[in-house]
Design a binder for this molecule. Structure first.
Ligand code: SF4
Length: 95
């Protein structure tokens, strides 16, 4: 099965005084929770996310819905839990 490609380049991105400019949007560096996500792309000495320009804001409201490494779940008490995705599950989905 063909592997599903995730946009994996920041071609055309330019570092500006405000931050990394990509397709007219200023990208902010990823946050700690993003570590392990397949969408993370290193650029110069920082890492960025082409899927979401402001990763910190994305995570401020719970688990990032674009993340490839974790998934939100709800435990018995109704609290949202972050579950790391098992590699085997990822492979089964063709990622
Ligand atoms: S998709 Fe979400 S978790 Fe992954 S790098 Fe972007 S903001 Fe972070």
């Amino acid at each position: 099965m063909a592997k599903k490609a995730i946009a994996a380049t920041l071609d055309g991105a330019v570092m500006t005084a405000e931050g990394l400019s990509y397709k007219g949007v200023i990208l902010e560096p990823i946050v700690e929770q993003c570590e392990g996500c397949e969408r993370v792309i290193p650029f110069e000495d920082a890492k960025y996310c082409p899927a979401y320009a402001q990763p910190a804001r994305k995570w401020a409201h719970g688990v990032c819905n674009f993340a490839t490494h974790v998934r939100a779940g709800v435990d018995k008490e109704g609290k949202v839990k972050v579950n790391p995705l098992k590699a085997s599950k990822r492979a089964a989905r063709g990622r």
